[in-house]
Write a protein that binds this ligand. Sequence first.
Ligand SMILES: *Cc1c(COP(=O)(O)O)cnc(C)c1O
Length: 234
Amino acid sequence: MTSIQHNLQQVRQRISAAAQRCGRDPQEITLLAVSKTKPASAVEEAAAAGQHAFGENYVQEGVEKIQALAAHPLLQWHFIGPLQSNKSRLVAEHFAWCHTVDRLRIAQRLNDQRPDALPPLNVLIQVNISDENSKSGIMLEALPELAQAIAALPRLRLRGLMAIPAPESDYQRQLAVCQQMAAAFTSLKLHYPDVDTLSLGMSDDMEAAIEAGSTMVRIGTAIFGARYAQQPQQ
Ligand SMILES: *Cc1c(COP(=O)(O)O)cnc(C)c1O
C-alpha cells in the first residue's frame, strides 16, 4: 500500500469515529481530497484507493490536472479557492462544483459561462463565519438575499454553504463556530430543497465540524502530506 492509500484509510477512520461518537451515519459525510500543489500522479493514487472527489484552489493548476486525468470518468472536481472574475470561465467550463461563491456578480458570470452541454454547476455560498482578517465570504446577515438571487440562476444549482473558520485549537470553541454554520445551513434547507451540503472541516477541526453537522470535510495534508512547494499564482 502506498502512503497516500494508507493516509486515506486513516482519514476515513477518523471521519467514521467522529460520526459514531455523535450518533451520525459516516455515510452522510463526503470526503473531499484537497490535491492543490500535488501532481496528477498523486490524484491517480488516491483514485486507485476509491477516492473520487478532489478539491483544487488554483484555477490554472486545477484545469491542467482535470485535463490530464480526463480518462477517469468517476473523478469529480471541486473548486475551493478564491475566485477572481477573470478566471470564472475556466471554473464554469471544467469543474462540477464551486465552493467559494460570495457575491452575485461572480454567480452571474458562472451561470452565463456554464456550457449548455454540462449539468448546472453545483455552488456553495462561502460564509465568513469567524475570520476578521479574511476578505472571502459573506456575513451571515447577507445570506438570505444572495441565496435567493443564486437560486434563480438556471445554470447554477445552489447546494449549500462553505466556511473556513479562523484557526482555533480549543475544541469547544471550534464547535461553537461550526454550530453557527450548521444553524444557517438548517434554515437554508427549509427554503431550498436542493440544499444538502455543508462544506466545513479541515485537517485540524474536522471532528468539531462533524459533530456540528458538516456533510463534507476538505482534507489535504492528512492525505497527501505537507505542501512544501511555493503555491502557484492564480
Ligand atoms: C488547503 C485547503 C484545505 C485543506 O487543508 P489541509 O490543512 O491541508 O487539510 C481545505 N479547504 C481549503 C479551502 C483549502 O484551501
